[in-house]
Design a protein around this ligand. Structure first.
Ligand code: FES
Ligand SMILES: [Fe+2]
Length: 411
């Protein structure tokens, strides 16, 4: 089923490319400029989107082995992810049940089967169980079973890990993904490795995210990096709030060692279309992920960008994970992978986010009421419509929205 969907998206892109056309949204959309600058809306988004919806918190290859862990802070919520002994991932509130100290320092990764809190020494297993109260006789009797680390809903699929930062969430993560994770399996991330990661500061999270949903800017803003002859058209395919965008084209480049060959895709049967063509373009996962293929030294790789709101409405931060099918081996391959990853840092930091910062400052002047998304920018339109809808939905409406998506997909 998902393979058929990948083929039909690819055929759509080939047909539009051959005809020199693209798909358009119905009309030019205006949204209030305050969408980007209103601090109250920003606080609401952190609560209703980032602290209520499933988030892609790590690629599986960041925690490949039992005992691997990572601690991170998301919109003020301390999260601990662990690869447990049975191979499943646990997602926990990273707060000691004694008095709330984070059990693992945010921003760190490592391998451990137990965590000892740095304040008074309570010890937890990596499945969240409290196994040791320091000086238990002095402390007094407590029900250890009731004092394990609080669990968050977690879901692993397609070589990616999602968690919902609300222990009481009734929204199934699989439902929320609307089948999109089945399509993401085409990247074959299972068994890939993490080559490198870094975190960059950016502008307002939606200003930053707009750039990932937008090919319109490529030959202009990125003329010195990607080049001025880059296509600026994209067709958008949406699966609930998640969207893939890709250039309508009947050609693709086959990356094969030294020589890149151009393929005429119209001439290929469905089963001759290479996997790398089926996953071309940018795959966004609402509300904060973008995935795109890049080759470092001829090796298959992908940049997974993970965006979070920062402290203020004008700040965000993005962790870039450069994942690769195989760890590069020769010094030349390692250098080529570093060069590729460094290039992507420059593009995002010095071009996208530097522009986003300037744009945000200008919008904060309050001198402009609205901003526009063209008929060729359907992805931005859909993103902002979903962001507004999900920010303002009650908890029960949220469940209804994704139940309706399930029904629609089944039809
Ligand atoms: S807060 Fe963790 S042991 Fe006291
Ligand atoms: Fe860009």
């Amino acid at each position: 089923m998902s393979h058929d969907t990948l083929i039909s998206m690819t055929r759509n892109l080939i047909a539009h490319g051959a005809a020199d056309t693209m798909e358009y949204a119905d009309e030019v959309l205006a949204i209030p400029a305050s969408t980007y600058t209103d601090p109250e809306l920003f606080e609401l988004e952190k609560r209703k989107i980032f602290r209520r919806l499933p988030l892609m918190v790590a690629p599986s290859c960041e925690l490949p082995q039992p005992g691997d862990y990572k601690a991170m802070d998301i919109c003020g919520v301390p999260l601990l992810l662990t690869r447990q002994r049975d191979g499943t991932v646990g997602a926990f509130l990273n707060m000691c049940s004694h008095r709330g100290n984070p059990v693992v320092t945010a921003g760190t990764t490592g391998n451990a089967t137990r965590f000892t809190c740095g304040y008074h020494g309570w010890t937890f297993k990596n499945d969240g169980d409290l196994v040791g109260v320091a000086s238990p006789r002095d402390f007094g009797a407590v029900d250890k079973a009731a004092l394990c680390l609080k669990r968050f809903p977690v879901y692993e699929s397609a070589g990616l890990i999602w968690a919902t930062l609300d222990p009481e969430s009734k929204l199934s993560i699989a439902d929320y993904l609307c089948g999109y994770d089945d399509l993401l399996k085409a990247f074959e991330f299972n068994g890939w490795t993490l080559f490198a990661k870094r975190t960059l500061a950016g502008p307002n999270w939606k200003t930053a995210y707009d750039g990932y949903l937008d090919f319109y800017h490529l030959p202009v803003l990125h003329k010195d990096t990607f080049g001025a002859d880059f296509y600026n058209r994209a067709n958008y395919f949406s699966f609930g709030p998640h969207q893939r965008l890709s250039t309508p084209s009947k050609f693709a480049i086959k990356v094969s060692g030294e020589d890149d060959q151009q393929m005429d895709l119209e001439k290929l049967a469905d089963d001759e279309i290479p996997q790398e063509v089926l996953v071309q373009g940018v795959w966004t996962i609402f509300p904060h992920i973008s995935i795109a293929s890049f080759y470092g030294g001829g090796q298959r790789g992908a940049l997974v960008s993970q965006l979070f709101p920062g402290e203020t409405v004008g700040d965000s931060y993005t962790t870039q994970y450069y994942v690769m099918e195989n760890q590069p081996e020769t010094p030349e391959q390692v250098q080529a992978a570093h060069d590729q990853f460094n290039f992507l840092e420059i593009v995002v930091r010095d071009e996208d986010y530097a522009t986003g910062k300037r744009q945000h400052e200008a919008l904060q002047s309050g001198m402009m009421d609205r901003v526009l998304f063209g008929k060729n920018e359907g992805g931005g339109q859909v993103f902002h419509q979903w962001a507004a809808k999900l920010t303002h939905a009650s908890d029960s409406e949220l469940l209804d929205i994704f139940a309706a998506e399930q029904r629609e997909a089944a039809e």
